[in-house]
Design a protein around this ligand. Sequence first.
Ligand code: FES
Ligand SMILES: [Fe+2]
Length: 426
Amino acid sequence: MLTPEKNEALTRVGPGTQMGEVLRRHWHPIAGIDELARHPVKPVRLFGEDLVLYRDLSGHYGLVDRFCAHRRADLSYGFVEERGLRCSYHGWQYDHQGGCIAQPYEDQVDPAGKLRQRTRLQAYPVRPKAGLLWAYLGPQPAPELPDWEPFHWENGFVQAVFAEVPCNWLQAQENSIDPVHFEWMHANWSRRLRGQMGGYAPTHLQLAFEEFEHGFIYKRITEDSGENNPLWTIGRVCLWPNGFFLGDHFEWRVPVDDENTLSVTWSFLRVPREAEPFAQASIPTWHAPIRGEDGRWITSHILNQDIVAWVGQGRIADRTRENLGASDRGIAMLRRQLFEDIEAVQAGHDPKGVMRNPEANQRVFLPSDSRDFFMKGLPLADYRRHPKWARLLRHFIFHAGQPEWVQQAHQAATGVAIEPMDQLDL
Ligand code: FES
Ligand SMILES: [Fe+2]
């Protein structure tokens, strides 16, 4: 349970807030590389700021104020030039550093005027990596953009999914260090959603939480998994400060503002040996719906189920009214670390997880119970028999609404067609 002041400190992310300042010390995935290749100008909102992301005709990315410095027209309706973005109202043009590089009428009648030099938009750096575009909204110098080792795995079909979720970022991130919810939310609830009334999934017997350089690791023993199971020997990674790495996929929870979060999922699927060697030309990224036609939340896929939990806690969860138990030791560790991060930033230091050494930021290893399989691969016949991977070969289990063009790309890569899935079969 937190005091109202402490709940506010951990959840408010707008400009000048304590947690906003902590999270701005990290790079965040905000869009797909292929998305900007299709539509070069995109409005985005991050940490309570309205911005526009673009890819200019020379292939450079910019992230600048959403509203033109002239008379505040909406630059998400601007158009890209060889260099930078041009406002569609009177043609003022901006580069990726926010500098104004053209003011057509002023340049005509008053070429020596100082207005252009004085005009500037807020601008933030953007970098492409692993199919995603990453932004840094903190003070310079920017830290390293993490080079996680799974970004280099080969012979895999990768896709990334974005979902806009109407709740605060911390509800989503607390889900990254909550092992017991898997048994109830994903296993038992999925059975009931499929109409299976009897029987429960194997229950959790023991939990462990450990801190490491890039976050926390949680481990579990359940009725059907002992001390030699990778869920205990390797575990899962609560990736600092707003990520989750589950061995085969990443999730990030990027604050849009206090009451909205961009959920980003990046998943890797090894292709069957018959389809190797496979090199992916472009990583497909897509936007997932989270409500069904009836207006209720979609419940059929893993992230959709998680989203039901996050939004169910309210736009900003009231942590003054909760009752933490033994299953929530990880949650308490996470919050303690966030308070330490706030103190570190206020003292002028980097918070946990910020990497500054480029040599250390090369293929940074993260614990993964899937790594062996992803390194070695399997022939199709064995793949189809595998208790875990057979399902991922035929279904995209993480988000409902996978577009047909992504299903076709999956099939072209793996040789296996995606089959519909009405309810999760774990
Ligand atoms: S408002 Fe953008 S150029 Fe005038
Ligand atoms: Fe979950």
